[in-house]
Design a protein around this ligand. Structure first.
Ligand code: NAI
Length: 349
């Protein structure tokens, strides 16, 4: 039976990278029925809505989405489609595994971190107003409910996946009430998981520590804005934004999307790296129970990165998006040429 998936190709490099990822996922033999919808400026032209009703209904029906990046106007215009979707479907947990790909030279080998970002509130509540001309107020909303929910998600994940440490990342020395509440909630939840080491670090220090010694961390639990910023820093640790996947989980549904944005600087040129959205697709395949297909793709991805002749520019190659995808499909269809995946040790901790 085919999996029904809501597809949001997005804009900028979104359509190019999602097309490549879909071709690869379909090459595994898994059957999909894609319900494809525009969102953002493109949707507004067609439906006079930034998130069309049809798209919302499709997600309610399929409960699983694959999403390309959507451009958000800066300093005005409509509010972020990503933020809206996360709020609308209560996709409260933004899950971003940060792992090296084999054969991509980086400063640190065997990085294995997970960012668990609260996805529905904080400064992304978008509540801003001009108090008087020249003075603007932006509200940071932190609730006990959302902070406890993401903390529990992080600790449950740690327990189920035998991870050893959770650090709650905060700025409670300055934002004593809001980040103080977040911290109290993660502390309270941590007491229910005595087998998992719990730590607390201030966010600016965390950035420095990550750059100097990423192995000291395992799961990084944080509110929305810190999660957004630290995710890009961590993407840089393992080879860049073209590589890092993500998933947004709620109790009812899940939307899988890369960490990167619509990259207008390289859009429409068939040079974007589709690995990040493909790895988000791998998270989706596992969510759907398609573990064999996910393993086939991992093996093919490993082969293409080891071979190096069909890599995209961001990781030192010269191949186009579609050529890279063709090479992965070739490795899926001829698995004998693709040696088994080397499973990372996870690095020293
Ligand atoms: P960006 O992630 O689009 O690009 C940052 C840099 O990384 C650029 O130099 C870009 O060329 C490069 N890059 C990103 N993805 C790549 C890929 N797959 N392959 C090769 N290089 C890649 O971030 P930026 O420029 O800050 O944002 C552009 C737009 O994307 C903004 O409108 C922003 O709001 C939106 N955005 C959307 C997201 C989403 O839909 N989930 C997430 C982040 C940003």
């Amino acid at each position: 039976m085919a999996h029904k998936i809501t597809l949001i190709p997005g804009d900028g490099i979104g359509p190019e990278v999602t097309r490549a990822a879909i071709r690869i996922m379909e090459a595994t033999g898994v059957k999909f029925e894609w319900e494809s919808y525009a969102a953002g400026a493109e949707a507004f032209e067609k439906y006079k809505e930034y998130i069309p009703r049809e798209l919302t209904e499709s997600i309610e029906r399929t409960r699983v989405g694959l999403k390309g990046p959507v451009t958000t106007p800066i300093g005005g215009g409509f509010s972020s489609i990503n933020v809206e979707l996360r709020k609308r479907f209560e996709l409260f947990a933004n899950f971003r595994p940060i792992r090296n790909l084999p054969h991509i030279p980086t400063r640190y080998p065997d990085v294995d971190l997970i960012i668990m970002r609260e996805n529905t509130e904080g400064l992304y509540s978008g509540i801003e107003h001009e108090v008087v001309p020249g003075v603007v107020e932006s509200l940071k909303i932190i609730t006990e409910k959302a902070s406890t929910r993401i903390s529990r998600f992080a600790f449950e994940y740690a327990r189920k996946n035998k991870r050893r440490k959770v650090h709650s990342i905060h700025k409670a020395n300055i934002m004593k009430m809001s980040d103080g509440l977040f911290l109290r909630c993660s502390r309270t939840v941590s007491k229910e998981y005595p087998e998992i080491t719990y730590g607390e670090h201030i966010v600016d220090n965390t950035c420095m520590q990550l750059v100097m010694n990423p192995y000291q961390y395992d799961i990084l639990l944080m509110e929305n804005l810190y999660g957004d910023i630290v995710s890009d820093l961590c993407a840089g640790l393992v080879g860049g934004l073209g590589l890092v996947p993500g998933a947004n989980f709620g109790h009812e549904c899940a939307i899988f999307e890369a960490v990167h944005g619509s990259a207008p600087d390289i859009a429409g040129r068939n040079i974007a790296n589709p690995t990040a959205v493909l790895r988000s697709g791998l998270l989706m395949l596992r969510h759907l129970g398609e573990h064999d297909a996910a393993q086939k793709i991992r093996q093919a991805l490993d082969h293409v990165y080891r071979d190096r002749s069909k890599l995209t520019r961001d990781v030192g190659g010269s191949a186009g998006t579609s050529e890279f995808a063709d090479a992965i499909i070739e490795a899926i269809e001829n698995p004998s040429s693709a040696a088994p995946v080397t499973v990372s040790s996870g690095g020293p901790r």
